[in-house]
Design a protein around this ligand. Structure first.
Ligand SMILES: [Zn+2]
Length: 175
């Protein structure tokens, strides 16, 4: 059985600010009902009542979840089935010759992509990277069984973007 993880990654945050921001995001997740504080000292939080509308009605066992914003290795990727970013506007895959610049992002500037089909231009992290990769920190990691994780993550992406002014990107990890 494959393991699914939802990743919501903060972009454009300077390294010196990342840990403080992770703590701020965890506070915000708890205050907004997305998470409830872990019972154990260093464990991840669990999903809170705000996530209840994403529970799968067909799930028979008790749902379980973990959610935490943390500073990790800066690469957040889809792992298996990883592909290039897709156009935010028309959902075409970005051309191979452009994707080779993704690796530059690890140690340099974020590449700008142009969609070969519709001409939309955007920074890599503003394209649809759900099955691709982004570089940034901190990131929110969500593991949830008995929830519609993809729909939940998309809602959380919208809400966290409304509360923190930096850019955010969503990646669905599967391994
Ligand atoms: Zn396009």
């Amino acid at each position: 059985m494959s393991e699914h993880t939802e990743l919501i990654v903060a972009l454009d945050i300077a390294e010196r600010d990342q840990r403080r921001m992770a703590a701020d995001v965890n506070d915000w997740l708890r205050a907004s009902g997305w998470s409830v504080r872990s019972a154990s000292a260093n464990g991840p939080d669990a999903l809170g009542v705000h996530a209840d509308s994403f529970r799968e009605s067909t799930w028979s066992s008790a749902p379980s979840s973990a959610i935490l914003c943390s500073v990790e290795d800066s690469m957040w990727d889809a792992v298996s089935d990883m592909e290039g970013p897709r156009c935010w506007q028309c959902d075409s895959e970005i051309a191979d010759e452009d994707i080779s610049h993704l690796g530059d992002w690890m140690s340099g500037p974020e590449p700008v992509f142009t969609c070969g089909r519709c001409g939309a231009v955007a920074l890599a992290g503003d394209m649809n990277v759900a099955s691709s990769v982004v570089f940034g920190n901190p990131g929110i990691t969500i593991e949830c069984f008995g929830y519609d994780g993809i729909a939940l993550a998309r809602r959380l992406l919208t809400e966290v973007g409304g509360s923190f002014a930096n850019r955010w990107a969503y990646v669905h990890r599967q391994r």
